[in-house]
Design a protein around this ligand. Structure first.
Ligand SMILES: Nc1ncnc2c1ncn2[C@@H]1O[C@H](COP(=O)(O)OP(=O)(O)OP(=O)(O)O)[C@@H](O)[C@H]1O
Ligand SMILES: [Mg+2]
Length: 473
């Protein structure tokens, strides 16, 4: 059977209180009972002493009439049973019985005690009265001589009555303590069980793959801390799983993209080879043209594979060889390499470097690849007659290179995505221009490997500005 934790705590608390209350109560009752008992016998004793004083003279003189009369009077006033006994044990007077009919009391425990020690006590069944009595007897003396004994008695039930009252108070106390403890135990147990239940719910949700449940435990204690840790764990798991899902889509997309990118040129190559087989090979002009196309596609396949290999090398942290690189010289070389493309599109490229030293620590070939791609992009995605500006600035311990064009621009929602592998804003157009969408992805990896930063600002139909920040060391 499943018992909720709140009830386990509750039961433990209550049990503890019951045990404590019973132990404490018992000690208290034992203590108080002996108190009550000794108080009763003290009272009876002083009553007996008093009565002894009253009867002493009459006892000495043998005035039994007086004794008998006064015994009845006094007993009525004190509401007790009084017995006057002479020193031989003969009953001289009794407040409730005829003294003559009573047997000798010389053998009674209280009588013997009183004669020997001054006071005697006994509780026993009275055959005279037919119920249990508590007796207290004191001796009456004249100088050193014992004159007799005065005995006072109360029914045992009266003593019991007082004790019962005591028990009732004690029991009421114990019950009240248990009730109060029960309420406190319930509140405390709930204070523990509510957070635990909340945490269980969150843990269950996590187990089901739902990461939106949160605990709301206030306070600074261990439970609150545990609750917060659980929330943090859920946050962390959520992030990690989202990341994993994202990486998984990237991977599947990547495989699909690679296959597609490789298939396109291959299909073309096969088409032209088949055309040649079907007879075109005999038409030497066409054959030469087809072979050139086949070569172009083969080159493209080779480029894609080179890029992929480069990317995977960079991703695994390799492929970078550090040395001294003069960025200004590098950019001039890159610009020179594009002379023909610029002339074809009637575009102008300017390189501006505001003095300073642009030597950094880096991999010359890889950095060249970065700027070749940025300038190539600027030329490709800018209309004829456009302007491309490369600027070099020194900022603290870094060199910032910006490649700016006044071309077609990139839509806002695509700016971050152009760094993804194979991502192109306009697939068809980019492919037509010979692009595979790997250029910026490789550039980003290279810049990151130099502890640098690459970022794009762009506006549709106005132009694009790419910022590359490279630390000098
Ligand atoms: N200067 C730019 N102006 C407008 N769009 C750009 C610019 N640079 C990049 N893009 C967009 O970003 C996409 C990704 O660029 P990236 O350099 O990675 O690939 P690509 O140039 O198409 O192919 P590759 O560089 O592999 O030959 C491009 O397809 C283009 O849509
Ligand atoms: Mg490119």
């Amino acid at each position: 059977m499943r018992v909720r934790i709140i009830w386990k705590f509750f039961a433990a608390f209550v049990l503890l209180t019951i045990v404590t209350a019973i132990i404490l109560g018992s000690f208290l009752v034992i203590r108080l009972r002996s108190n009550v008992e000794s108080k009763i016998s003290q009272r009876l004793q002083s009553d007996a002493i008093l009565a002894g004083e009253i009867f002493r003279k009459a006892m000495l003189e043998g005035d039994n009439t007086y004794i008998q009369r006064e015994t009845k009077e006094l007993a009525k006033k004190l509401n007790l049973r009084i017995t006057v006994i002479d020193k031989q044990g003969k009953v001289l007077a009794d407040s409730e019985m005829d003294a003559q009919s009573m047997e000798n009391h010389g053998g009674r425990a209280e009588f013997i005690g009183a004669v020997e020690k001054g006071v005697g006590e006994s509780t026993r069944f009275s055959h005279t009265l037919n119920y249990s009595m508590k007796y207290v007897a004191v001796r009456v003396t004249d100088g050193t001589e014992v004159v007799g004994v005065v005995r006072i008695a109360v029914p045992e039930s009266e003593v019991q009555l007082e004790l019962h009252q005591l028990y009732r108070v004690a029991i009421a106390g114990v019950i009240a303590a248990i009730c109060i403890a029960g309420v406190i135990a319930y509140v405390m147990a709930r204070g523990i069980s509510t957070p635990i239940r909340q945490m269980k719910e969150v843990a269950d949700a996590i187990a089901k793959g739902q990461f939106d449940e949160r605990t709301s435990i206030r306070g600074e204690d261990e439970l609150a801390e545990l609750g917060r840790s659980l929330n943090a764990m859920s946050d962390e798991l959520k992030l990690k799983i989202e990341r994993l899902k994202y990486l998984d889509t990237v991977r599947t997309d990547f495989v699909a993209n690679v296959s597609h990118e490789l298939k396109t040129p291959l299909t073309s190559i096969r088409g032209f080879v088949e055309t040649l087989e079907d007879g075109a090979i005999n038409d030497s002009d066409n054959a030469r043209r087809f072979l050139a196309i086949i070569k172009k596609h083969a080159q493209r396949l080779s480029n894609i594979i080179d890029d992929l290999l480069r990317l995977s090398e960079l991703e695994s942290g390799g492929g970078i060889e550090m040395g001294k690189v003069d960025i200004k010289g590098l950019i001039d070389e890159v610009a020179m390499g594009f002379g023909h493309s610029l002339a074809v599109k009637q575009q102008k490229l300017s390189v501006e470097a505001a003095g300073g030293d642009f030597t950094i620590r880096g991999d010359k070939d890889r950095l060249e690849q970065v700027f070749v791609n940025l300038v190539d992009n600027a030329i490709k995605y800018t209309k004829e007659g456009g302007r491309i500006k490369v600027q070099l600035v020194q900022a603290g311990d870094s060199v910032i290179v910006t490649v700016e064009d006044n071309g077609i621009g990139i839509p806002k929602e695509d700016i971050e995505r152009v760094f993804e592998r194979f991502y192109r804003v306009d697939k068809a157009r980019s492919r037509e221009l010979g692009g595979t969408g790997l250029g910026l992805s490789i550039a980003k990896h290279i810049v990151l490997a130099h502890n640098g930063e690459i970022r794009i600002e762009s506006e549709i139909n106005k132009g694009t500005k790419v910022f590359v920040t490279l630390p000098k060391n």
